[in-house]
Design a binder for this molecule. Structure first.
Ligand SMILES: [Zn+2]
Length: 105
């Protein structure tokens, strides 16, 4: 039944479905991760292809005063998504571009 639905669906519908599956797999993988001191999640939002996370990040440099105070840098937004079955993150910046927000329910 699902196979027939797939073969008759439009390309646009299939691409949307692929995005939503990828976004859901990303959400589940992130939810299963242990929190780390290097990246502290301030806020999380669903995006069309994955999950947006606002994070405070430790740079790892030994002499960094900011990280030495325990603050980390940011907060900055990162887009987490799956590429070739692997979870990847991409730096977005201080604000989120409109095209990355929302995935329709
Ligand atoms: Zn630092």
């Amino acid at each position: 039944m699902l196979t027939k639905t797939i073969t008759t669906a439009t390309t646009a519908v299939l691409e949307e479905l692929r995005n939503r599956i990828g976004a859901e797999l990303t959400r589940r993988e992130l939810a299963g991760r242990e929190p780390t001191d290097e990246r502290q999640v301030v806020e999380e939002r669903p995006a069309s292809v994955g999950t947006l996370r606002l994070e405070m990040v430790k740079c790892g440099k030994e002499r960094c005063k900011t990280c030495g105070r325990g603050e980390g840098h940011g907060p900055y937004w990162y887009l987490y998504s799956r590429r070739n079955g692997k979870l990847t993150s991409r730096y977005i910046g201080k604000t989120i571009p409109d095209e990355l927000i929302g995935r329709g329910a």
